[in-house]
Design a protein around this ligand. Structure first.
Ligand code: GDP
Ligand code: MN
Length: 377
């Protein structure tokens, strides 16, 4: 789950990372007052979860409270990369001598946190990694030992700083790692970390991504777990389904991750393209199946629905009732291919046939039918 800049900055300052003074407001009038209170030049920043706000018009320098008012007015209620702006941050403008980059991220290929540091921050870091990878230092940290002073020293040195600022960069690195560890982050990033003319360091931007599997440990955030999900992803999550959106047109609905992957593979091999991965898990009753089918019926990208169920603790009659229920309640009709095997298979098939849905016995044949209806891509 992504945190808003203001949430990440609150955490950073609690952990001793220097953050320019800010206020979060939701009306232009409040923006003006905040700018007056902060005084001098301020920055108006849209609080959205998408990256690259600056380039999309979501970061504006304002010299007067009046200017802050009008930028806030422009941003509030508008959309940035499809995300509506409900709040803006008014923050003291920092005099920036140079923009640095500092982050801690999980490297899944080595299964450890790594510190990334670059003397050339501010820009798109992926771009820099591609064009001049030598400008990014990567330090692997053993998660069982944690960060050591020499890690921080090595990172700070790479930032090309004066002796005085070097110490601050070291502290910032250690503090950022503490944030990362305490909040079970996937990412904790400062981009840019601003070097000021007097040799100070300020976190001008702040980004934190929490690991969803550890969200339960942070009740202050876990109640808002659907904030960066699509409507469909949020619905799926509420029902504890494993759901991933893909770019094809054949909706996949199965029970068990293995069967779901095998079903996607067989569709893919035959030339079709799955619209999603949807695993409803074991033992789902009719009401849950109904909600899963409803999700795919409503999803605009799904043209064909391929339901492949292996009845173990999941009962085929419950599944059949769920499918029929979803079709009746939504009133949406889409092409549906069903394969049902196992517990109460006969009962399930009967329920479906009464509603003019015919079960295909063999998985390959069913996958073939789904691809035929959805088309090869
Ligand atoms: P992002 O575009 O979403 O990454 O938002 P940032 O907070 O990183 O701002 C984008 C860019 O705006 C930064 O890289 C800076 O160049 C500039 N910027 C943001 N805040 C300030 C500030 O306080 N002073 C100055 N001089 N530039 C700023
Ligand atoms: Mn940034």
């Amino acid at each position: 789950m992504k945190l808003y800049e203001y949430e990440a900055k609150n955490i950073f300052s609690q952990f001793g990372i220097s953050v320019p003074r800010f206020k979060v407001v939701s009306t232009p009038e409040e923006a003006r007052l905040a700018a007056e209170e902060i005084g001098g030049r301020v920055v108006v920043k849209a609080q959205v979860l998408v990256a690259g706000r600056g380039k999309a018009g979501g970061v504006k320098l304002a010299d007067t409270p009046e200017e802050a008012y009008s930028y806030a007015k422009q941003m509030l209620g508008s959309e940035i990369k499809g995300e509506r702006v409900g709040k803006v941050m008014i923050t003291k403008a920092v005099d920036i001598e140079r923009e640095l980059y500092l982050s801690i991220i999980i490297d899944r290929s080595i299964g450890a946190p790594v510190i990334l540091a670059s003397p050339e921050g501010g820009v798109d870091i992926e771009e820099l990694a591609r064009t001049r990878p030598e400008k990014i230092l990567k330090i692997v940290v053993d998660p069982l030992i944690g960060i050591r002073d020499y890690h921080a020293r090595q990172a700070a040195k790479f930032l090309e700083l004066s002796e005085q600022t070097l110490r601050k960069a070291q502290e910032a690195t250690i503090n950022l790692y503490r944030v990362f560890e305490y909040y079970s982050c996937e990412l904790a990033e400062i981009n840019p970390l601003a070097l000021t003319p007097d040799g100070g360091l300020e976190a001008v931007d702040a980004k934190i991504i929490l690991d969803d599997n550890a969200l339960y440990k942070y009740p202050e955030f876990s109640s808002d777990f659907t904030r960066d999900l699509s409507y469909y992803e949020a619905e799926a999550k509420k029902m504890n389904f494993s759901y991933v959106e893909l770019d094809g047109n054949i909706g996949i609905l199965c029970n068990g991750a293995g069967l779901t992957m095998a079903t996607m593979d067989s569709v893919y091999v035959l030339g079709g393209r799955p619209a999603n991965f949807l695993d409803i898990g074991g033992g789902a009753r009719a009401d849950l199946v109904e909600r899963a089918v409803t999700l795919l019926l409503q999803h605009p990208k799904t043209e064909v629905i391929f339901i492949n169920i292996l009845g173990g603790i999941t009962r085929c009659d419950e599944v059949a009732n769920g499918i029929v229920g979803a079709l009746k309640k939504t009133g949406v009709s889409k092409k549906i291919v069903v394969r049902l095997k196992g517990t109460n298979e006969e009962e399930g098939r009967k329920i479906l046939e009464e509603n003019k849905i015919y079960v295909i016995e063999e998985m390959d044949e069913a996958a073939g039918k789904a691809v035929e209806l959805g088309g090869r891509r």
